[in-house]
Design a protein around this ligand. Structure first.
Ligand code: ASP
Length: 588
């Protein structure tokens, strides 16, 4: 039996006067000549241990003098209050210290290649190479604890709501999220492969078919995408599915789970139900399907206001059926010409031709890139339409509708940051609903499913599937927090005629659809309950709630940009015999 009496962080004033047995790592040992002060660390904190040569044997003092960083030791001693002038307010245990009576070195340590302390200046690559040491840092331990709590709260909540957690296979077949699959060669049938699941999507739908009614899972998902700063090739998703429901039912469970985590961990009361905004509104007002609603500066369509204004750029855009949209940045009129030009260059990276700007000077006069071309009172009408006051700056973009709105949305975000409009302490959550069913891909010259091919259609839009597929709205919804997509879900297609139509819109022949998803389509013929679900990223949730800066900081063993793990040195070559068994030959 472990004879430890206290964890290091528990040796506070209450323990004073008690005999203690502690085990942990030497954070540092200071030898003041005849007296050695050791900071002993474990998961719960640090406590000071004193080896005083006046009171202990020569052997014990020698042992203390031999201690180095990261040695693992066991100490027996007495906890006592420190003298008032020796209290260390930075330590939870800073009022006490442990007077050592005996100690054992359980294991020495090589000099660690990184400093194990919170305000580390070590390179991230080095920290990740020695992740097991990096994880000894208190902030990393707290993060793992925080993550554990988030997952536990979610599990408890779902259990209370009557959901059952079911584990689904990792060795699987392609799932429909549309990223590249990680493949695993099957030795027993050379030339065939498993795919690692991009999500448990198909399994969870099959579980509804199986009559499970309410399923959830803390699920590992794998997507082989080129390294993006905010993505990991494998990630944890909180995945759920329910039968006999509409979007509101799913949203109520998800926001309830969020509210439970927020209340318990951050003591923040979310106001439920969360706001809902349709995709079209989100695009029109914020130029984004994941709007940051912590600040205003909404986009306005000024097409009607500038009709016939005389400025060719606006008039030609309107004649071509395009959009002219504007934002008014309050108190941004101090911007220099150089800053305004930089904003023009910035929006061009979002494929619009340019940015028209007008600054209302404090004395009511104008500085503007296009005022000269505006005839009559059209400039004033535009300024009035966006409620521009002296000191404000107005920005206008004219282009194809969603190109213009997207660029304006990015400008809005940039100005929000630049003008300090974003309250970083605020959590603003909302649902974006009624996503389009399809998005056109110029690259593939066909429609792609915006969510995935099993996403159901708003009933009233079913006829549009034949006449105007691009305008069809799906029963799909995203949860958005502070401008970040936290998760997405949908009601699934359970009618075989709608499913067939969906596949044909995606350019699949019936045979191709059956080849890829036959097991699901076949299963759907045996009484499929109407069903739908949702999934949100746990890594991202933990990152935002804990204030971490990157996804790598909230994973015990993350991958770096190119999907590599510097600690395990993966991916790595394998033995030729292994490839032989798999009947695989590398061509390069
Ligand atoms: N499987 C979807 C995803 O991972 C989520 C869902 O529709 O439930 O994005």
């Amino acid at each position: 039996m472990n004879n430890r009496t206290h964890m290091c962080g528990e040796v506070t004033a209450e323990a004073a006067g008690q005999s203690v047995i502690l085990k942990g790592w030497v954070q540092r040992a200071r030898n003041l000549g005849g007296i050695v002060f050791v900071w002993l660390r474990d998961r719960t904190g640090i406590v000071q241990v004193v080896f005083d040569g006046n009171d202990i044997s020569k052997e014990l003092l020698e042992l203390a003098e031999s201690l180095r960083s990261e040695y693992v030791i066991e100490v027996h001693g007495q906890a006592r209050m420190r003298a008032p002038e020796a209290v260390n307010k930075k330590l939870k245990t800073g009022e006490v210290e442990v007077v050592a009576e005996s100690a054992i070195i359980l294991n020495p340590s090589k000099t660690p290649p990184i400093y194990i302390e919170d305000d580390t200046k070590e390179q991230e690559s080095l920290r990740l190479k020695y992740r097991y040491l990096d994880l000894r840092r208190p902030s990393m331990q707290n993060m793992l604890l925080f993550r554990h709590k988030v997952i536990k709260l979610l599990r408890d909540y779902m259990d209370e709501q009557g959901f059952i957690e079911v584990e689904t296979p990792i060795l699987s077949k392609s799932t429909p999220e549309g990223a590249r699959d990680y493949l695993v060669p099957a030795r027993v049938k050379p030339g065939t492969f498993y795919a690692l699941p991009q999500s448990p999507q198909i399994y969870k739908q099959l579980l509804m078919l199986a009559g499970l009614d309410k399923y959830y899972q803390v699920a590992r998902c794998f997507r082989d995408e080129d390294g993006r700063a905010d993505r990991q090739p494998e990630f944890t998703q909180f995945d759920m599915e329910m039968s006999f429901i509409d979007p509101e039912d799913i949203q109520t469970v998800v926001e309830g789970a969020y509210a439970h985590v927020f209340k318990t961990l951050l003591n923040i009361e979310l106001t439920l139900p969360l706001r809902r905004i349709t995709w079209r509104d989100a695009m029109a007002r914020y130029g984004s399907d994941k709007p940051d609603t912590r600040f205003g500066m909404e986009i306005q369509d000024v097409g009607e206001v500038v009709a016939g204004c005389g400025f060719k750029v606006f008039e030609e855009a309107l004649a071509a059926g395009n959009t002219v949209c504007a934002i008014c940045a309050q108190d941004a009129g101090h911007m220099s010409r150089k800053e305004l030009d930089a904003l023009g260059e910035f929006v061009k990276t979002y494929h619009v031709r340019g940015l028209a700007w007008a600054v209302v000077n404090e004395d009511g006069t104008l500085r503007s890139s296009f005022a000269k071309a505006m005839q009559g009172d059209s400039m004033q009408r535009l300024l009035d339409a966006v409620s521009a006051k002296p000191g404000d700056a107005v920005f206008v973009i004219a282009d194809k509708k969603y190109v213009a709105l997207t660029a304006m949305g990015q400008l809005r975000l940039r100005l929000g940051k630049q003008l300090n409009l974003i309250d970083n302490k605020r959590y603003d959550l909302l649902w974006v609903t009624e996503f389009p069913l399809l998005e056109w891909s110029d690259e593939e010259n066909r429609f792609l499913a915006m969510h995935h091919p099993f996403t159901n259609v708003m009933e009233e839009d079913i006829p549009l599937m034949d006449t105007d597929p691009g305008a069809v709205r799906a029963k799909a919804y995203d949860l958005v927090m502070n401008g970040v997509e936290m998760g997405s879900g949908s009601i699934r297609i359970h009618q075989s005629d709608v499913q067939e139509k969906m596949f044909s819109l995606l350019g699949f022949t019936k045979e191709q659809a059956w080849e890829q998803f036959g097991f699901l389509l076949g299963a759907f013929q045996y009484g499929t309950p109407p069903h739908g679900g949702f999934a949100f990223g746990i890594d991202r949730m933990v990152m935002i709630l804990s204030g971490a800066e990157s996804l790598r900081d909230v994973l015990a063993f993350p991958k770096i940009q190119n999907g590599a793990c510097p600690m395990m040195d993966t991916p790595s070559a394998v033995q030729p015999e292994q490839l032989e068994q798999l009947k695989i030959r590398c061509v390069e």
